[in-house]
Design a protein. Structure first.
Length: 122
């Protein structure tokens, strides 16, 4: 899969990008939400992992912007945050995200969550 990770923390982009690349995925990264819709349109990723707490344009607002753009509307945008799962579930439901994955220090758990989510998208 082609995965776009959008997060303002460079260490997060590097760590989770490497984990997904090691799984065989093509990974693109962005350190800001502004302009991401254009990247989604041009790159056509299968999944976009979006951090909720980004400066400028929070992740849940980015989901709404993507869903309102006819050329990007069909992309699978997933919230990606260290916030508790119950909170992420509510935010995902409100903004129209396809789901959520918690950032987790247990990298195998993150990969397991990503695999489950990806299987449900196909």
């Amino acid at each position: 899969m082609k995965v776009l990770i959008v997060d303002d923390e460079s260490t997060t982009l590097e760590l989770y990008g490497a984990l997904l690349e090691d799984e065989g995925h093509e990974v693109l990264t962005r350190d800001r939400a502004m302009g991401t819709t254009l990247v989604i349109i041009s790159e056509q990723p299968d999944v976009v992992l979006v951090d909720v707490g980004m400066p400028g344009l929070p992740g849940d607002e980015l989901v709404r912007v993507v869903r309102d753009n006819p050329r990007a509307r069909g992309v699978n945008v997933v919230l990606f945050s260290a916030r508790p799962g119950t909170e992420l579930a509510k935010i995902a439901s409100r903004c129209g995200a396809r789901g959520y994955i918690e950032k987790n220090e247990d990298h195998e758990l993150f990969l397991e969550d990503f695999r489950k989510l990806a299987a449900g998208l196909n």
